[in-house]
Design a protein around this ligand. Structure first.
Ligand SMILES: [Zn+2]
Length: 380
């Protein structure tokens, strides 16, 4: 049995919204407490506390902070698992050390485990969730199979969604006896060893104008509101930010457009990766280090970074589902070596898109050559 995630839209009532917010806040509180504990132990020369050690600490935390009992309890255990995972990646040098989570994160979420059917589809428009009871929801018809867990998300526009983890038995795809190496780029997001190039589509262009207009409106409205708050303060009146409905509206519009862009991009990558596993039995790509990703200040680079990471994750589970293989290789020298004779042709500046190998005389497209080298590395 494999797992798949089904995303649904939630329409919680006011008290359910409060409970979701409580779960999110207390999960973050627990994670930060445990992180602080780990860091203090480390400074005092102590050992790392394992996932189970941290789950054990929850008991003590619940006694010290009785309000933790207001949270759905399994989401606090997942906070321990989550922190442990960040630490494990850090120990393997794949990540920076775990950081404290700020309440200003645009996306907030928590995960709950399904125990004794406490996550259950009630009918087409309602789902039972732990500690929330029956919540109105859309998209429930896609849930078929045993439910294992749920991740509840709240985005910066105050939209609630949930990803339901469901067991399913995927049917293996027919074998094609074909293999491919993927090189990653910027203008072309992916360059395949067979010459196909996946364009880094600029979805934003159509929506960018709209987003830009709302971003400007938001900045202007914020400034006006700030002035009013300050003026009111001088005359002794306290004005709340939440009383400026137009600021809130602009903020929600920006978030809505951003969500739309992200959805389009996700869809594009889903279609591409599905096509890949259909066409090839073996897919080879470079092993991305998340540590090096997300650090680039340039927008185009950061979008490409996150797209590559998504492609890797999608290929990992799709290959697993459909009986195909994904091999991750170290990318060293893949752009320098000649894929025909294997000799190193030296470093080349980025503007050189094609070159002829001085050793064997074969002419190469720079990126396709790298793709072939990546494929060959899987057999080395
Ligand atoms: Zn050569």
């Amino acid at each position: 049995m494999k797992l798949k995630g089904v995303k649904i839209k939630l329409k919680p009532n006011e008290s359910q919204k409060n409970q979701i917010d409580t779960n999110i806040n207390l999960r973050r509180f627990v994670k930060n407490q445990l992180l602080n504990m780990q860091q203090t132990r480390y400074r005092n020369g102590g050992n790392y506390t394992s996932k189970f050690g941290m789950i054990y600490c929850l008991k003590a935390l619940k006694i010290e902070f009785p309000f933790l009992r207001q949270a759905e309890s399994t989401c606090l255990e997942y906070a321990c698992a989550d922190l442990d995972q960040s630490y494990q990646r850090f120990f393997k040098n794949q990540n920076d050390s775990p950081k404290f989570e700020s309440r200003k994160r645009p996306h907030n979420s928590y995960k709950s485990k399904c125990i004794n059917n406490n996550i259950q589809v009630v009918d087409n428009h309602a789902i039972k969730l732990p500690k929330l009871g029956t919540v109105k929801a859309y998209g429930l018809n896609r849930i078929n199979g045993r439910i294992k867990s749920v991740v509840v998300h709240k985005d910066s526009a105050g939209i609630y969604t949930a990803t339901i983890q469901v067991e399913h038995e995927p049917v293996e795809l027919p074998k094609t006896n074909k293999q491919v190496g993927l090189d990653l780029g910027l203008a072309d997001l992916v360059i395949q060893s067979d010459g196909f190039k996946l364009k880094n589509k600029k979805f934003e262009r159509s929506l960018a104008k709209k987003r830009h207009a709302w971003e400007r409106k938001l900045a202007r409205r914020r400034l006006q509101a700030k002035k009013k708050i300050e003026a009111a303060k001088k005359s002794g009146v306290e004005l709340e930010w939440s009383s400026f409905k137009n600021v809130e509206k602009a903020r929600k519009m920006v978030a809505k457009i951003n969500r739309k862009i992200a959805n389009q991009r996700e869809d594009y990558l889903q279609k591409y990766t599905t096509q890949l596993v259909k066409e090839f039995d073996l897919i080879v790509m470079e092993d991305l280090k998340t540590k090096n990703l997300m650090k680039n200040k340039r927008l185009s680079r950061s979008i490409a970074d996150s797209s590559w990471a998504k492609i890797k994750t999608m290929l990992q589970y799709k290959c697993d589902w459909y009986g195909k293989e994904l091999i991750l290789v170290a990318p060293q020298y893949t752009s320098q070596n000649c894929s025909s004779c294997g000799k190193n042709t030296g470093k080349k500046p980025l503007h050189i898109r094609e070159f002829t190998c001085p050793h064997c005389g074969v002419h190469h497209d720079r990126d396709v050559n790298a793709g072939i080298n990546i494929l060959n590395k899987a057999f080395a």
